[in-house]
Ligand binder design. Structure first.
Ligand SMILES: *Cc1c(COP(=O)(O)O)cnc(C)c1O
Length: 215
């Protein structure tokens, strides 16, 4: 059950932690994507009411069934996207955070011309198979420019179970790669590691548990 007052309190606590790390001025520019997966539409409504910037979903079917009729905030798609799901997602997705292949970029350009995307990078090469390698990002970015897709930044997920040192190195590498490519956005940091992400230059956080409680 979602308790909107509790979500608002959690949001304020997260915001103060961000201010403590980043300072008030930079904290203003850091956006929070409230990850509503497994929760009902009421979680998205609570997120909108307390001031979150967007909602995030990682399963196509769940996102489409929840947000086709009402969508209280812009929607970031944060899960692996199969190309055959792009068509059904296009009407509801505002930011595609997980673009990691030329095929997917082409499909998004076709079904959602001019869409905003982020390029998912697998920094460590470990764990998840999602994400392109750091070496592939430049070509993928050039392709997005050719296709008229608006790539604003990079996205990564720290390796599962990595300690804070390895996580920090992963986020630092993503920030440095984004800077090299002239990209403003770094979407990194989840409930367990968002403070590290903020310290390393994140502009977009994806937060579920810390806002809504355990799933
Ligand atoms: C579920 C999920 C999150 C949020 O995870 P929490 O630990 O609950 O904050 C963030 N990013 C991705 C890609 C996810 O799938």
């Amino acid at each position: 059950m979602i308790n909107p007052a509790q979500v608002a309190e959690n949001y304020e606590r997260v915001r103060s932690e961000i201010v403590a790390i980043a300072g008030a001025q930079r904290a203003e520019t850091i956006r929070i994507v409230a990850v509503t997966k497994t929760h009902g539409v009421e979680a998205a409504i609570a997120a909108a009411e307390c001031g979150c910037d967007a909602i995030g979903e990682n399963y196509a079917q769940e996102a489409v069934s929840k947000f086709t009729d009402t969508k209280p905030l812009p929607l970031h798609f944060i899960g692996h996207v199969q190309s055959n799901k792009v068509r059904s997602l296009a009407p509801i997705v505002d930011v595609w955070q997980t673009v990691d292949s030329a095929g997917l970029a082409r499909e998004i350009a076709k079904r959602a011309p001019g869409a905003q995307v982020m390029l998912q990078v697998n920094i460590s090469g470990e764990g998840s198979k999602s994400g392109c390698t750091p070496g592939e990002v430049e070509d993928l970015l050039a392709l997005c420019v050719d296709l008229g897709v608006n790539a604003t930044g990079l996205m990564t997920i720290a390796p599962l179970g990595a300690g804070s040192v390895a996580t920090g190195q992963c986020f630092k590498s993503l920030r440095s790669l984004a800077n090299t490519l002239g990209l403003a956005d770094c979407a990194m940091g989840m409930s367990s590691d968002f403070t590290i992400a903020v310290a390393e230059g994140a502009t977009v956080l994806r937060l579920g548990t810390v806002l809504f409680g355990a799933r």
